[in-house]
Design a protein around this ligand. Sequence first.
Ligand code: 5GP
Length: 187
Amino acid sequence: MGKIIVFAAPSGSGKSTIINKLLEEYSSLEFSISATSRAPRGEERHNVEYYFLTPEEFATKVAKGEFVEWEEVYKGSCYGTLASEVERIWAKDGIVVFDIDVKGAQNIKAKYGDDALTLFIMPPSVEELRSRLVSRATDSIEQIEKRIAKAEEEISYSSLFDKVVVNDNLNVALLECRAIINDLIAK
Ligand code: 5GP
């Protein structure tokens, strides 16, 4: 079995920026593209950020047992990791990078144990998170409120993670992530 690094964080915590930067820096890291039943947002492309499926297509894959884990992260929106993604990346000797919700992260940890390292990116505060989501301007006010409520719930799971990195200053957070990844690679 290969190695896995799982990132989880409330949306707006800067997780995507951190993951994208690390993926650029480390050729051994490879992003596991999740499947989702939600519609693409902004510039998102099929097969790049997500495999965008209809709710029916998603349900069929669940029934066929094609997911390593899946969750209804937001009401009516399912997200899941396909077993084929993990196999594809391990076949190339890559370290699988997951960007999944807190429950999915715990499911991966339970399934892969010491082969998986779970890392929680913590926003400096809920107020800061709200202003980041507002300035991102991709969600309606109603969706932002939904994400804030979700964020508070997600933060309550942070103590279950192997590592927690606070993203107050991006460069400091990146330094901490690099140290964690270097340790994982050396293991
Ligand atoms: P967004 O809609 O902002 O792209 O993602 C919403 C949430 O779904 C994020 O917390 C993200 O980490 C989570 N997510 C994305 N892919 C997966 C997945 O494959 N499994 C699980 N459990 N959660 C996922």
